[in-house]
Design a protein around this ligand. Structure first.
Ligand SMILES: Nc1nc2c(ncn2[C@@H]2O[C@H](COP(=O)(O)OP(=O)(O)OP(=O)(O)O)[C@@H](O)[C@H]2O)c(=O)[nH]1
Ligand SMILES: [Mg+2]
Length: 617
């Protein structure tokens, strides 16, 4: 068998039409194994059997119940199948669950299959021809041009022809890629003595090997795969499309109910809000009220949900865009199909396809029918400066990881920065903001060395790694430069205006003249008639003045002279009290204490037990 073409076949059809009997005739396996199934003569739970088809190998068969009360089980079984075996009893013909199951197949996107007209032994040829006509009409929507084969499990008539039709249909199933994220929706969980917890399901994508770890969602528990079985044999690995039983170590059977999903990668996470394209079945008038609750069946999960749509034209049954708001967290991927049912009356009313499993709150609706590339672009636009995590894309746009990354690379309008996808237009906006903010800062503060880089970063509305990349890009391109925590335009230097030059000269003169007891910044501001801070900081950067205390600057030569006097008054390592130093330096206490603290701070002096000791050069 072609490793890449694993096929799952699912039965469909009205109660008692002979699905289980036909599966037994084809495979030799009686899938009705529960005592209650035996007693009532109906199928209640999903049944599984391997079917050997010369030419394609062993395919998995899922037998579903036809009883109208078990449609949810039918949906769980039908979801993930490649081929349908639609069973219509020749004596009864098309019945309500024949139609409902066909509708479900259509909604789930199962377009391949074969129809068996069972119990052909009970009718004559004329009758058979009429039923066949009805079946042809009923299947037109779901399975156009399907092969219809009359069979009898009683006499064996038609079984070789049915096998031949199934073989041909199986050959038309496209190969699945294995190079994808592992996911297995669980349809059954039970305990086997000596083995422990066993779950079964069809591997929807990716593959899993023995001893690997899996996560059970939505709960999030981890479990180890202790054993893998496929078609009754032990295996090392299970691949996409394989009907599989997994023995899980470390979990109780109660922790893996039907509807749970096994995943292998952290990209998967439960969600309660999704965007979807929805369609209601033709000829049903359905009104969407804000509080109306629906049952959504997807994979093996059934969950209550509200459907929120805007501008839906409810006079047509055309697909429309909607938000699905789930009552409980579910595991979804873009491209997943679902069936919508109402609980009273119990009825299949529609279905659709997930277009964004991780919809943000208040997510805007997209027009229906977008391609993966179009959805990717909309997501990137919506994400703005935050970007989209690349690792989320496989789930979020519904492509294998490699294809998702290729879609990003193939797009000329987006780019990858670190772990995120960002629109190029967003990057260009951010680059422009860097320039605008830097230039504006220069204009506003011509004496400053540039915009403090934290202030610039605060101006860029984007994820930190994107901000970093944008600024680094502008630095590398030589458009801006950085020094000591400031960013400035390339080639820019602080340049005082004529008025500022004038003020600077006054400050220089004033501080030189003031000697060891210069005026405070407030006093200087009063003399200048404006804020002296920027001017003083400018002179500090040119080395002309030194800030000794927060509100006081010294002219550098004046400060140096004072330091020299301090040094000579403290010769021979002698310790001097503040009083002695006040006398030696001739400073008032108001100037002395801040000056001594400055000397300590820059390391000229250190404090001893009674005073200060010189320790500088
Ligand atoms: N005469 C005749 N009887 C058949 C044939 N196939 C099935 N039956 C009978 O039809 C009855 C129902 O068969 P099942 O296979 O249980 O039907 P089903 O579709 O699986 O029923 P559910 O799973 O409950 O929906 C059984 O009594 C079968 O023996 C057939 O080809 N000819
Ligand atoms: Mg049955």
């Amino acid at each position: 068998m072609d490793r890449r073409r694993r096929v799952i076949l699912g039965t469909a059809g009205h109660i008692d039409h002979g699905k289980t009997t036909l599966v037994r005739a084809l495979t030799g396996v009686d899938t009705d194994r529960l005592p209650e199934e035996k007693r009532r003569g109906i199928t209640i739970e999903l049944g599984f059997a391997p079917l050997v088809l010369e030419g394609v190998g062993t395919i998995g068969v899922v037998d579903v119940p036809g009883h109208e009360a078990f449609v949810r089980t039918m949906v769980a079984g039908a979801t993930g199948i490649d081929l349908a075996l639609v069973v219509v009893a020749a004596d009864e013909g098309v019945m309500p669950q024949t139609r409902e199951h066909l509708e479900i197949l259509r909604l789930l996107g199962v377009t391949r299959g074969v129809v068996a007209l069972t119990k052909a032994d009970l009718v004559d040829d004329e009758w058979l021809a009429l039923v066949e006509e009805d079946v042809r009409a009923a299947t037109r929507g779901a399975l156009p041009d399907v092969a219809i084969v009359a069979t009898s499990a009683q006499t064996g008539a038609g079984l070789p022809e049915l096998r031949a039709a199934l073989l041909e249909a199986a050959r038309s199933v496209p190969a699945r890629t294995h190079d994808d994220l592992f996911r297995l929706p669980i349809d059954r969980a039970f305990t086997i003595k000596g083995t422990g917890t066993v779950v079964t399901g069809t591997v929807w994508s990716g593959s899993i090997a023995r001893d690997e770890s899996v996560r059970i969602l939505p709960g999030g528990r981890m479990a180890r795969v202790r054993g893998i079985q496929g078609h009754g044999a032990q295996r090392d690995q299970a691949d996409a499309g394989a009907r599989t039983a997994l023995a899980l170590g470390g979990v109780d059977v109660a922790e893996v109910p039907r509807g749970s999903t096994l995943v292998g990668d952290s990209e998967w996470r439960p969600t309660t809000l999704a965007r979807a394209d929805v369609a209601f079945v033709p000829d049903l008038e359905i009104e969407l009220r804000p509080r109306t609750r629906f049952r959504i069946h997807t994979a093996t999960t059934e969950v209550g949900a509200r459907i929120v749509a805007r501008d839906r034209d409810d006079s047509t049954n055309a697909p429309f865009a909607a938000r699905l708001v789930f009552d409980e967290p579910v595991v979804l991927r873009a491209g997943d199909r679902f069936v919508i049912r109402t609980s009273a009356p119990l009825d299949t009313i529609g279905g659709g396809v997930i277009t964004d499993p991780y919809a943000p709150r208040r997510a805007r609706l997209w027009p229906p029918g977008l391609s993966a590339a179009e959805r990717l672009e909309r997501l990137a636009v919506e994400a703005g400066g935050n970007g989209l995590e690349v690792r989320d894309l496989a789930v979020r746009i519904g492509l294998p990881p490699r294809d998702a990354e290729a879609a990003v690379r193939a797009s000329s309008v987006m780019t990858v920065i670190g772990t995120r996808v960002v629109m190029r237009a967003v990057i260009e906006d951010l680059e422009q903001t860097v320039l605008d903010a830097t230039r504006a800062y220069h204009e506003m503060y011509p004496l400053e060395p540039g915009i403090p880089s934290h202030a610039l970063r605060g101006r860029l509305r984007a994820a930190p790694e994107i901000v970093d990349a944008v600024i680094a890009g502008q630095l590398n391109a030589g458009i801006v430069q950085s020094s000591a925590g400031y960013i400035h335009m390339a080639g820019w230097t602080p340049t005082p205006t004529v008025a500022q030059e004038h003020s600077l000269k006054r400050l220089r003169d004033r501080l030189s003249a003031a000697g060891a007891e210069p005026p405070s910044t407030d006093e200087l501001a009063a003399e200048l008639g404006g804020d002296a801070g920027p001017l003083l900081r400018f002179l500090e950067r040119t080395g002309e003045v030194v800030q000794v205390e927060p509100s006081r600057y010294f002219a550098a030569p004046q400060l140096q002279a004072l330091v020299d006097r301090l040094r000579s008054s403290m010769a021979n390592g002698s310790e001097r009290t503040p009083g002695e130093l006040r006398d030696a330096l001739g400073l008032s206490r108001k100037f002395l204490i801040p000056f001594l603290e400055y000397s300590d701070r820059v390391g000229y002096t250190r404090r001893g037990s009674n005073g200060r000791v010189w320790q500088g050069a």
